[in-house]
Ligand binder design. Structure first.
Ligand SMILES: O=C(O)CCc1cccc(O)c1
Length: 552
């Protein structure tokens, strides 16, 4: 029976991204998908900065960018077409625009094509996972399809959508609510409007959305009322009537797809059951209003893939996988809550309720700071982990950067100018040190642990110091802060040493002199497997520092 490191059930965006990241880390993975090919119509329409950063880590961002519209503006209109709220952030703290329209089938195609780079990844189409059992040794899956039979895997990722067979096989609860309101989604090609933004119309007569998607596609969504059946939607003229007033010539539209759907606000009780981990819609479903369904799934892939790789490579204990639920559950919950709340705000069909809401928003947006809070999208819950694969032990900054994303400015190296920081760090762990030589800060024990983790040592300096050679060690990458954004970040924090995980979350931070104990604390927190003869974490003797070792 064939054995795989990981079997991924589902070749949607989350399964494919997980496979790309695992492929990059050298993990052998099989992707099985019930369908005969990737879904060819748009579902998600918004890609955020975190998601683009994950495509970057996977080495696919240049291929996906042609299918995006950066900085897509989203406005919420009331029934009189007056702006209730505008969301148009212009910052790029994490290296990418915060809001981007995109064409999901083409992004999925990029992810699928990315797998061609990895001979150790296989995708089997028209293959249904019909059975799953696990024990201490691994997972056995029954597959129906062109190559029927059983395969075994060390781990399984269930990324098989809202109706996940994996979740059902595990008997994991999918808690939450399904809204009774139905919506009609209509995608048009040859966009009859062409306007580049996204509009959500909180019109009590019939709430709607009108969203530009790259390559001439437009999405309309309309709330359906009781009595408007799916059969009626199919009748000639129904969609044209809905589009009247929205497009100049509703009879002359080119429909790609129409579908009636309802919104779900659901989350699994646990993202992990032994050797099986759930990701994407299999783990959480949320209303569309923040465009976060797709992005939340990609966040799962980014959080999970490196952990699976670290365990399968024998670097970390399997307990590291517990941190997946610890980190992802709360954040996905916040996205569901936000998306559900926005749905409630936009969908009242009672005119008095809608008017009260409009008055409230007029008051709120008259306050400049509140308006900025909306425009700059500061309401979006950012990953802020308080527990998981990280350690706060040596961090002195308030608030601590630990458990949050590290920024991604453009930087210089001696070999390359004006590149994104993550491209210099590579797709694995990195220890970033401002204004010090990382080797001089780490004692032998901490350095050995960090090397066992396979991390990269990085010295950060103002760009004008880039060519100064006196502190160089062969295994330290020197980075010049060409924009000043890194110095700005360290200026406001006492932590000047930062251990960044492959998903760009800060795992540990400390002042310079505490770098070694911080590295040990993080090694402990992520379950780094000790080398023979290692002293217990946190108790290693502090002999002469690594600087002396280098000089010797
Ligand atoms: O965040 C975005 O860009 C769009 C979110 C959205 C709003 C309304 C409908 C929909 O499918 C997505």
């Amino acid at each position: 029976m064939a054995h795989w490191d990981v079997v991924i059930v589902g070749a949607g965006p989350v399964g494919l991204m997980t496979a790309n990241l695992l492929g990059q880390y050298g993990v052998r993975a099989l992707v099985v998908e019930d369908r005969a090919e990737i879904i060819d119509y748009p579902r998600g329409v918004g890609m955020d900065d975190e998601c683009l950063r994950t495509f970057q880590t996977a080495g696919l961002v240049e291929q996906v960018l042609p299918h995006t519209v950066p900085n897509q503006r989203l406005i919420f209109l009331n029934g009189d077409k007056k702006v209730l709220a505008e969301i148009a952030p212009r910052t790029d703290e994490y290296g990418w625009p915060r809001r981007n329209g995109f064409v999901q089938p083409l992004a999925d195609k990029v992810s699928l094509g990315g797998l061609d780079r990895y001979p150790h990844i296989e995708v089997r189409w028209s293959t249904r996972m019909s059975g799953l059992r696990q024990d201490d040794a691994g997972v056995t899956l029954t597959l129906d399809g062109p190559e029927p039979g059983e395969v075994t895997a060390s781990y399984v990722v269930g990324a098989d959508g809202g109706r996940s067979a994996t979740r059902t096989a595990l008997g994991i609860g999918f808690e939450g609510k399904t809204s009774s309101t139905r919506w009609l989604v209509v995608d048009l090609r040859n966009d009859p409007l062409g306007q580049p933004g996204a509009i959500v119309g909180a019109d009590p007569r019939r709430p709607y959305a009108s969203i530009s998607i790259p390559h001439g596609i437009r999405r309309f969504e309309f709330m359906l009322f009781d009595g408007e059946t799916e059969e009626m939607v199919e009748e000639p003229g129904f969609i044209a009537d809905l589009l009247t007033g929205f497009v100049p010539d509703p009879e002359r539209v080119d429909i790609v797809r129409q579908r009636v759907y309802t919104h779900h606000s659901r989350i699994v009780s646990d993202f992990r059951a032994g050797r099986v981990l759930l990701a994407g819609d299999a783990a959480h479903l949320m209303p569309v209003w923040q465009g976060q369904g797709f992005n939340s799934g990609i966040r799962d892939a980014s959080n999970l893939a490196w952990k699976l790789a670290a365990v399968l490579q024998g670097r970390c204990d399997a307990s590291l996988l517990d941190s997946y639920d610890a980190e992802r559950h709360g954040h996905a919950r916040s996205m569901i809550d936000l998306s559900t709340l926005v749905g409630r705000v936009i969908s009242p069909t009672n005119k008095l309720v809608a008017r009260a809401r409009d008055v409230f928003f007029r008051g709120i947006t008259a306050i400049p700071s509140a308006k900025r809070y909306l425009v700059e999208m500061r309401f979006k819950p950012m990953p802020t982990f308080t527990s998981g694969a990280l350690s706060f032990a040596e961090s002195v900054a308030q608030p601590s950067p630990v458990g949050r994303l590290f920024p991604q400015p453009r930087v210089d190296t001696r070999a390359q100018q004006d590149v994104r920081l993550d491209d210099v760090l590579g797709p694995w762990f990195a220890l970033l040190v401002w204004n010090n030589d990382p080797r001089a800060l780490l004692d032998d024990d901490a350095l050995a642990r960090f090397q066992r983790l396979g991390g990269r040592l990085v010295a950060l300096r103002p760009a004008c110091q880039l060519s100064w050679p006196d502190q160089d060690s062969d295994d330290v990458t020197v980075v010049g802060d060409r924009t000043g954004r890194l110095k700005e970040w360290f200026d406001t924090r006492g932590d000047t040493v930062v251990l960044v995980r492959p998903d760009r979350v800060v795992a540990g931070a400390s002042p310079a002199q505490r770098a070694s104990s911080m590295v040990r604390a993080v090694a402990d927190a992520i379950g780094l497997i000790p080398a023979p003869g290692d002293s217990p974490a946190g108790t290693a003797a502090r002999p002469a520092g690594a600087r002396e070792a280098v000089q010797a």
